[in-house]
Design a protein around this ligand. Structure first.
Ligand SMILES: [Zn+2]
Ligand SMILES: [Zn+2]
Length: 231
């Protein structure tokens, strides 16, 4: 397999480590992540695939790597992150896990999607509510759940202290942060989430955002113009 991330070149060959595959989907270029370990059980974080071609791409990857999807997780309920929920749930008979505050956003998705000319019918409701007391488990692996509102109500991040990475949705990006001008967005709350939940993680933690390339906590502390140190 060709590694997606140069940063993981040496690590990808190690056993007992979570492997991460990224797909970039739909007109918003949303990152969908497939996480799996040595057992080949996998979870999907943010199913953004839209249409048969994008659906086929992830299906082929799962088949070719003999993966067994066990759970679908949403970082938050924005339409670009849930477009493929119904496909993944039906194809692999998955349960959907997310924060309870994400449920109203998902139920409004069909109306909101129309403003972008996107059709979402009967969006999958949440089966398993996650909060900071929860863990997301697959195979021999587990992820901590961090509650990080500010970009959208119910935003969650998924953290592996052992493998030193975090999936952050639209909370933090390479040299940027999530929008706060959408419904349920709040700039002060977002800054608090970033400073108290993300910037307290070890510097070397690799950050996988909902859009764009990966980064690290230390890189963003120093270089992110939207998260000014001392502000
Ligand atoms: Zn979003
Ligand atoms: Zn997004």
């Amino acid at each position: 397999m060709v590694p997606d991330f140069p940063i993981f070149l040496s690590l990808l060959n190690e056993k007992n480590m979570i492997k991460i595959k990224r797909f970039s989907y739909n007109l918003f270029q949303t990152n969908t992540y497939v996480l799996y370990d040595e057992t080949n059980e996998c979870i999907i974080i943010d199913a953004g695939m839209e249409g048969p071609m994008e659906e086929k791409e992830i299906e082929n990857y799962i088949t070719a790597n003999h993966l067994k999807p066990v759970l679908l997780v949403n970082t938050h309920g924005h339409i670009d992150h849930i477009l493929g929920n119904n496909f993944m749930v039906q194809k692999y008979r998955l349960k959907l896990a997310a924060h309870k505050d994400t449920e109203p956003i998902i139920s409004r998705a069909p109306v909101y999607a129309q403003t972008f000319g996107i059709i979402i019918e009967n969006p999958k409701s949440i089966d398993i509510f996650l909060d900071e007391k929860s863990e997301v488990k697959f195979g021999n692996s587990k992820l901590k759940v961090l509650f990080t509102p500010g970009h959208a109500d119910g935003s969650l991040c998924f953290y592996s202290p052992k493998d030193k990475f975090i999936i952050v949705g639209d909370v933090l990006f390479y040299q940027s942060i999530g929008r706060t001008d959408l419904p349920t967005g709040n700039y002060e709350v977002l800054q608090k989430s970033i400073w108290e939940k993300l910037f307290t993680l070890p510097d070397e933690t690799v950050v996988f955002p909902g859009h764009g390339p990966e980064t690290t906590i230390s890189y963003e502390k120093i270089n992110n113009p939207f998260v000014a140190i001392g502000s």
